[in-house]
Design a binder for this molecule. Sequence first.
Ligand code: UT7
Length: 312
Amino acid sequence: MSAPQILGTGRCVPERVVTNDELGRTLDTSDAWIYGRTGIHSRHFCTAETGADLAETAARRAMEAAEVSPGDIGVCLTATCSPDRASPSTACTLQGRLGLPEDTVCFDLNAACAGFLYGVHTAHALLAASPRPYALVVGVEVLSRLLDRTDRNTCVLFGDGAGAAVLRRDEGRQWHTLFGTRADGHAIWVQGPGPERAAIHMDGRAVFRFAIEVVERSIRQLLDAEGCTLDQVDLVVCHQANQRIIDHAAKKLGAREGQFFKNMETYGNTSAASIPIALDELARSGALRPGMRVLCVGFGAGLTWAGMIFQW
Ligand code: UT7
């Protein structure tokens, strides 16, 4: 058995903070509605920063925390559904900016808000054939450039940011993962490059129902696979889309107070970046310590979901 060990994390968000009150000046919305329905008070939007800028800073911080140098990295994956360009990939840009060796496996993957967990799974598999022992996995989004700023149903929900992790394969560890796809092009979709204006389209209620279903079920499946109870899990880190989704799962599963981490209040929904940003906050605050059992679940457009239970 082999599992990834996360050795260091990093995060980076753009400087500009956009509050609910600010959005309420141009939209028919309010802090009371947004916070009450989602748990979000503010988010960060890029001004001059690009996704590659955010990803680079998060990656440098993760490498510093892990005490690895660019020459140690054999795999570099970026999870994103809002890349700066369709090509070259953000991972390719990172290879140059970070000075990773030319034979590093570098590519972007798109699994929407579950992207970071797909990235960890893929990087762990690729490391088995890598000449070097470490992988860099970055979740990064600049969703502000895809938002229709006149659509109150979507533009109050999302934010920009990046989170990164350095990991290696540990042959002595075990972990359990699950992945799911249910093709649905209507519940949530993002207009890509083309003649139409970029925008995120979402049937909020349909996505909410989907999220409630898969978060609870995924946690139960992971606990079964691991052979443990929720009580024996130190922290649950779900994709930070809406605090009501997380609170619902926590209540249904009988979680203890604070066991399900939440930080959407100041980030909004940063899609593929939300889980690594959360892990970095927890690690740097000292709440996440070596040996802890962590359970993560991501879900989003696709529809796509992923979960993993592992040791920090
Ligand atoms: O990361 C990808 C995964 N995405 C998600 O997980 C999102 C899942 N969905 C949700 O989080 C929730 O469905 C939302 C937060 C998006 C919406 O909450 P809701 O409780 O499902 O509200 P709703 O869409 O049913 O809308 C209720 C009312 C509507 O008005 P009427 O038709 O009842 O008169 C909306 O027009 O709220 C209205 N509304 C707003 N009002 C003020 C919708 N957006 C806003 C807004 N401000 N920003």
